[in-house]
Write a protein that binds this ligand. Structure first.
Ligand code: ZN
Length: 409
């Protein structure tokens, strides 16, 4: 297993990020800034852990003792993944985002090494606005792999994971969806269809008793998507995604299905030590449900009925529904049944539950299209407002209509 990423590929990643972030006025982090932010992140984590476990009293009591602990964690994080090494990681990434990316990549690389799934070289990995709630792999000018994660993807994963927990609870316990569940779908579709990102959605609170479960689902979803990209690198197809070029690829469908299987195996193995309830299985299903939901919302926004048909031509990118069916078919004869039989059943049911929340919001969204499109940059050009302001507009517009609809029925 190669131990490092090619510095030239990391520089190309930074160049892409620089173009994008110059517009937003975000500078490259200096080494000192990076270290300061990393230390602050760790302090915040410790404070929030203490708040959860013992309230404000525990925070005050722990303040002195934490200083040493912060330094220990700080040193460990820097050493473990060479987080502050600019030959390995982009200096446009915040420590928080980089910590998440490096952690996921390291676990995926371990699983790949265990299977002897050979990576010709480690990819440079970073975030960029791609407008797709996903990650894509492309080749740099020197031929090195580069994995670009949409900068709204982590937020999307959080929303989908909360949605899985809330909507399943509603179905099993309440017998109807709660406002919190509708709100998650409403916020996601309003921002993503009109503004092309859910990055600026204000996060909903997760009740403390569900926080671990939601965090495990987020982890599974992110691991699945990024290991799917690693699978493409191993297979040598560096441009296999639906957004660029590869239409002439006659094996596109089978390549996608194959990468999904590797993604599934990777999530299960990368979480084997921490995941005691089988959350790993939800990773692919939640991701596919989110893609399906957003493609239905995009169709509605354009004023057309969602099309579920596919020509099933080998060169056509499979729909998320087809990827789900294909994964289920493969699982049936895999060693993961019977071990995960219950989780597979619940996870694929969860896909349908999430889409049934959308079915109820669809007519309201349809009627709100005109009003929502007032903030659409595709119609009116780049917005002169802060992204948070536009987000608040589309979220507020759709949610007030959904709420009125729910109170009527
Ligand atoms: Zn793919």
């Amino acid at each position: 297993m190669p131990a490092s990423r090619r510095p030239e590929a990391v520089r190309e990643l930074e160049a892409l990020q620089q173009q994008e972030r110059k517009g937003a006025g975000e500078p490259m982090l200096t080494h000192e800034d990076f270290l300061r932010l990393l230390r602050e992140d760790i302090q915040k984590e410790l404070i929030s852990d203490r708040l959860d476990s013992g309230g404000l009293a525990a925070v005050i009591e722990g303040a002195g003792a934490d200083e040493e602990l912060v330094e220990q964690i700080f040193a460990a994080r820097l050493n473990k993944w060479r987080l502050d090494d600019p030959s390995q990681w982009s200096r446009y990434e915040t420590p928080g985002s980089l910590f998440g990316i490096a952690n996921v990549c390291a676990r995926i690389e371990t699983v790949f090494a265990n299977h002897d799934w050979r990576l010709p070289e480690l990819p440079a990995v970073g975030t960029l606005t791609t407008g797709q709630v996903s990650a894509v792999t492309q080749k740099t000018s020197i031929g090195a792999p580069l994995v670009l994660i949409d900068n709204g993807f982590f937020k999307f994963s959080g929303i989908m994971s909360q949605l899985a927990v809330f909507s399943s609870y509603d179905t099993q316990v309440r017998g109807h969806f709660s406002e919190g569940t509708y709100q998650l779908v409403s916020d996601l579709v309003a921002t993503h269809t009109v503004l092309n990102t859910c990055l600026y959605v204000y996060p909903r609170k997760t009740p403390p008793e569900y926080q671990t479960h939601v965090a495990n689902l987020v982890d599974a979803l992110i691991l699945f998507v990024i290991s799917h990209e690693y699978a493409h690198i191993t297979a040598g197809d560096l441009d296999a995604h639906p957004f660029k070029g590869s239409q002439s690829d006659s094996d596109l469908r089978s390549k996608e299905f194959e990468a999904d299987k590797i993604g599934f195996i990777t999530v299960v193995e990368a979480t084997a030590d921490t995941d005691t309830t089988g959350s790993a299985v939800f990773g692919p299903f939640l991701y596919f449900a989110g893609l399906d939901l957003l493609s239905r919302a995009a169709a509605a926004y354009q004023g057309r009925a969602a099309s579920y048909e596919s020509t099933a031509s080998p060169s056509e990118y499979p729909t998320s529904y087809e990827r789900t069916v294909n994964l289920l078919d493969w699982l049936e004869t895999s060693p993961y049944v019977p071990r995960f039989q219950d989780q597979i059943r619940v996870a694929s049911a969860c896909y349908n539950i999430i889409l049934s929340v959308w079915d109820e919001i669809l007519p309201v969204f349809w009627d709100a299209r005109q009003e929502l499109s007032a903030a659409d940059p595709a119609l009116h050009g780049p917005s002169p407002r802060l992204p948070e302001v536009d987000t608040q507009y589309v979220v507020g517009t759709l949610w007030s209509r959904v709420l009125a609809h729910l109170r009527q029925t």
